[in-house]
Ligand binder design. Sequence first.
Ligand SMILES: Cc1cc2nc3c(=O)[nH]c(=O)nc-3n(C[C@H](O)[C@H](O)[C@H](O)COP(=O)(O)OP(=O)(O)OC[C@H]3O[C@@H](n4cnc5c(N)ncnc54)[C@H](O)[C@@H]3O)c2cc1C
Length: 595
Amino acid sequence: MPKEEKNSDSGEKVFDSIVGEFFFGKVEENNCFPFPHFSEEQKELGKEMLGAVSKFATDNIDSEKMDIESVIPKEVLQGLAELGLFGLGVPEEAGGLNLDHTLYARVFQEVCSFDGAVATTLGAHQSIGFKALLNEGNQEQKDKWLPRLATGEVMAAFCLTEPGSGSDAYSIKTKAIDNGDGTYTINGQKLWITNGGSAGFYSVFCKTDHEVDGEKHEKISCFIVEKDMEGVSFGEKEDKMGIRASETRAVYFDNVVVPKENIIGELGKGFKIAMNVLNSGRLSLGSGCVGGMKTILKMATDHAHNRKQFNKRLTEFGLVQEKLTMMAAYCYAAESMVYMTTGSMVKGMNDYQLESAICKVFSSEALWKVVDQGLQIAAGCGYMKEYPYERLMRDARINLIFEGTNEILRCFVALAGIRGPSENLAKLGKVADVSKALQDPVKSLGVLVNFSTDRISKLLGGTNLTKVHPRLSDFSNHFSEMLSEFALQVDRTLLKYKKSIVDFESPQGRLANMAIEIYLNLSVLSRSTSILESESIDDEMKEYIYNLTVYICNESRYRFISELKGMTKNLDEQVQKVSDKICEMGGYGLDIVDY
Ligand SMILES: Cc1cc2nc3c(=O)[nH]c(=O)nc-3n(C[C@H](O)[C@H](O)[C@H](O)COP(=O)(O)OP(=O)(O)OC[C@H]3O[C@@H](n4cnc5c(N)ncnc54)[C@H](O)[C@@H]3O)c2cc1C
């Protein structure tokens, strides 16, 4: 629900998640229209920065060499530091550039359009490495560390993953024990830590002991560990499939004594701190994927234009045209969602965990499809190491894995999203009681009247978008239908599964996919409306945007309808049975000789 009483840093009203409202069948149009485009000030600063990044990268970044040698040369890191790229979001007084969310994302996108390994290194440093310090650190800690982190004198790393704890981050075992003398001793190991070894500053998530109601409990806390503290050591540099020049190592903590002054935020609140860090990290990952898509589309377009077969340019063949259009569509959709999110954050959206998860999932999968189609257009050339496609494909793959796998994030979007409506249903008599009420309607008439009024209003249609450009009005109607269908499915799912929904991932995945498509439609319609209404954009470009929007919104609707149908008619039972049998047999279990 919109909170009207507070103002954001930019002076605008603070409001909660846009996507969170979808789960109630609502959208606050004023928060999404007009599209939060770059202000004149942002444009000016952005163009200056992007020009500098682009020039530096063109002159100095040799991705092929870095991929082969698996290292980013010191001079490149030094040059990036001189451009201020190690402190994009750090306040100016601490030596940073103090970019807002939108500019941060756009600059990050530019870096990623040149090289994924460099972007990963910079992202691990500031999007996650010292983000906990920036978000939760006290003034003393910030004064001590931020100036050196912002200039790149010291690199940072984010240490959460362990050998036994990947997606299940709460199950970490690294332990920090209170010595009772103002210090803690840390023991444990962290796995696959980006910038591990080269970083001087480590945000390390550890279990700590807490007494709650006389009982001992373990919680998670965040500690700053310095590279040269006694007992800190590193594994060998990992030999990776992609982003090979970024450094990834295990980090070991053997009786590392850390002063309590190095605790970031409140003791025992480390899990929330880690999740908040990852929320913002996922956004720059999303914008980075947009940078990657633009690079690949440019290369594939050049290839398709220059290569002739059957006496025609590849661009003249319908099946190649489909690929180019699809690639541009994914790029425009992802870009619209990412900048709708960052722009809304600048405007005052204070809860963006659903949006950032959606941007990460959609953009990383979009990039993967785009790199696949780009390679297909280049065909034999695409497969050869002489061309960059195969490296870009290897580099792109990681985005679906780190900063929360896309499976985990889909579950997260669904479960975090339905929390709101489940509370609403609880107010009407708890989710369980609503279903009881349905069994005994007379006794619980009051509950049912309220509940069905709400349902009827959803059935009659979700919130209409009134600000969409008239040429796109069909899609505004589709949006409204999708929104109401979605909210109904949320209610139905809650009533059907009740609390056990947490154990049913297939409906969770479908709800998440539907939420993604709705956010995509909203972001694209808002952005395209701004473009179509603009007096400074020429008609030819408007026509391109119009056709792209028609393509994107139609494709998105097909995907939405397919997910919607899956809510009632699906193969979940077969999936579970086949999967169980595969596991029982230890694999496929068939040989053509016998079967
Ligand atoms: C190059 C690289 C750099 C990295 N950098 C860092 C870093 O800087 N800091 C850091 O802390 N970590 C880092 N990581 C670790 C990364 O975040 C983890 O790999 C990721 O969280 C997944 O954990 P896992 O690999 O152990 O997979 P697992 O958790 O074992 O998951 C395996 C598969 O099962 C799926 N799965 C697991 N649980 C569920 C579930 N409940 N429902 C459905 N599917 C599920 C997953 O989605 C995945 O497909 C990095 C990893 C790599 C490869």
